[in-house]
Design a protein around this ligand. Structure first.
Ligand SMILES: [Zn+2]
Length: 248
């Protein structure tokens, strides 16, 4: 009996270690793939937008979100916030959440701890100045999803919580709004929901803006709940405590 138990524990440990190794190798190859391992218990998604605000795309994204009556989280870049404070105030005024995507969108994974902390602090400071403390959430997403031990250690110092994503709207394999919608919906159905990442700044995001209404229509028709990021994370914590991928 005792032998059996030791053997079972041994097997569990080996399996756990193998899983960790595979997660590590997956993350090295596809840094954004980690969250794909998490199964969502209910048909729930949350929308996030990175790299804005950008006057070319953010107003259109806000209009679409308003048309579909959904809220999203905007991981804004500090220097873009400084350039377009009115847009950031509009994001907050329309009921969306603001989150930290660094001040200059650097290769943060190459930074020392104090540099990471100053990027995060500067981004929080400008968001707070522009939109008020209550609009700023504790969430942080590293540029390109790249992580380092310096970043992980700096999160505690900065009081931030890292959030990655499960499904990305932008992908070089899809070139029309219909193609984007099919791929994104397929990926969402595969895991019954997830954290959706789209971009409203930096590069040309016309395809994102054209695809977004199609995706939102499908989500609503298929009965997905579209919730805020904090509600989504709360649900995940409650229902799946082993959140090994997207929250640290
Ligand atoms: Zn980014």
């Amino acid at each position: 009996m005792k032998k059996h138990r030791i053997l079972s524990i041994g097997l569990l440990l080996t399996a756990g270690f193998a899983l960790l190794l595979s997660i590590q190798s997956i993350s090295k190859k596809w840094p954004h793939a980690k969250a794909a391992l998490v199964i969502i218990p209910e048909k729930t998604v949350t929308l996030t937008f990175d790299d804005g605000p950008d006057p070319r795309f953010t107003p259109t994204v806000l209009q679409i979100l308003s048309d579909y009556q959904v809220n999203a989280t905007f991981f804004v870049v500090g220097q873009n916030t400084a350039k377009h404070p009115d847009l950031v105030r509009r994001i907050a005024a329309e009921g969306h959440a603001l989150a930290n995507h660094t001040y200059t969108h650097p290769h943060l994974e190459e930074f020392q701890k104090d540099q990471v902390v100053s990027e995060l602090t500067a981004a929080d400071r400008i968001m707070t100045e522009v939109a008020g403390r209550s609009a700023v959430t504790p969430y942080f997403r590293p540029p390109r999803g790249n992580i380092s031990s310096n970043i992980l250690q700096s999160l505690k110092l900065s009081g931030k919580q890292m959030v990655l994503w499960n499904v990305c709207v932008e992908n070089s394999s899809t070139h029309t709004p219909e193609e984007v919608r099919s791929r994104v919906m397929r990926e969402i159905r595969e895991r019954n929901g997830g954290i959706i990442l789209a971009h409203d700044g930096d590069l040309d995001r016309s395809l994102t803006v054209q695809s977004l209404p199609l995706i939102l229509r499908d989500l609503k028709q298929e009965g997905y709940r579209i919730v805020t990021l904090s509600d989504y994370l709360e649900q995940q914590t409650r229902k799946a405590k082993e959140d090994i991928g997207f929250v640290f």
